[in-house]
Design a protein around this ligand. Structure first.
Ligand SMILES: NC(=O)c1ccc[n+]([C@@H]2O[C@H](COP(=O)([O-])OP(=O)(O)OC[C@H]3O[C@@H](n4cnc5c(N)ncnc54)[C@H](OP(=O)(O)O)[C@@H]3O)[C@@H](O)[C@H]2O)c1
Length: 238
């Protein structure tokens, strides 16, 4: 299925995996609409993507904000959601408020986005959400992300039945070198990447482009729905 001329919304398309996905869809000659909260990130991402891209400010946790955003976008073909903030911390230490906040973002944000986008999609559309390998194989301190990612994977299986013939899938990445880790001191971050690279069967952590290709594949492949695509360099095996 060609993506040429298709209108593709990438919510979270201003950074990391979403930015790489937006670029990958532009390479397929799609018209890409990116969205996130920060106007600064939007301006930078639009300049970096270069051509055929629109950008909107939106906080996907707000139903009103999401409805308003999609009414401005109008009809489109494919929805990709990479926005989402999780929370790490041992079960006995992480406050319930922090866990709720993470659910509000990564689970409810994606849920609200799909609900608000529906009136603007068509029978040939696809929706691709984002979870993560911690849903399947959580290390210590990842019980919140294990729950959120599993919930997103489950939601996608349900939606693929409820929303058919619209196809609904989810990309579940392992560790990816993105600005999500920019809060960590560089030395600590590099140590983590090196340690992961030594453990992973593929011998390296992912670059955003490795993951971005999967969103393009899922938008293109008309026979794939209800699927979680695990793209984790073998992290679920270690
Ligand atoms: N990187 C990894 O190792 C990894 C591993 C497994 C799963 N994942 C998942 O992959 C997804 C993307 O991660 P990433 O590494 O690409 O992160 P990232 O570089 O931090 O990008 C996240 C994007 O989401 C947007 N965003 C966050 N909260 C938002 C909100 N409330 N409303 C609208 N936009 C929002 C951010 O822009 P604004 O700040 O402008 O809103 C940004 O564009 C996340 O769900 C993450 O949990 C990542």
């Amino acid at each position: 299925m060609s993506l040429e001329g298709k209108r593709v919304v990438v919510l979270g398309g201003t950074s990391g995996i979403g930015l790489a996905a937006a670029k990958a869809f532009v390479k397929e000659s799609s018209h890409v609409i990116i969205a996130s909260r920060s106007s600064e990130k939007l301006t930078k991402a639009k300049a970096e993507i270069g051509s055929d891209v629109e950008g909107y400010e939106i906080d996907f946790r707000s139903e009103e904000g999401a409805k308003n955003f999609f009414s401005k976008v109008g009809e489109f073909d494919h929805l990709v959601v990479t926005a989402g903030e999780g929370a790490m911390g041992h079960f006995s230490e992480l406050p319930v408020a922090a866990v709720r906040e993470a659910f509000d973002s990564k689970f409810w944000g994606q849920y609200i986005t799909v609900k608000s986008a529906l009136p603007y999609l068509n029978n040939k559309s696809s929706i691709t959400l984002t979870s993560g390998v911690y849903g399947l194989r959580p290390p210590r301190g990842a019980s919140t992300l294990a729950a959120i990612n599993s919930a997103v994977d489950g939601l996608v299986r349900g939606l693929s039945v409820d929303l058919a013939p619209i196809r609904v899938n989810v990309v579940s990445p392992g560790i990816v070198d993105t600005p999500i880790y920019s809060g960590m001191p560089a030395e600590q971050r590099n140590k983590m990447y090196n340690s992961m690279s030594q453990q992973l069967p593929v011998g390296r952590v992912a670059q955003p482009e490795d993951i971005a290709a999967t969103y393009v594949y899922l938008a293109k492949n008309g026979f794939t729905t209800g699927t979680t695509v695990l793209i984790d360099g073998g992290a679920h095996l270690i």
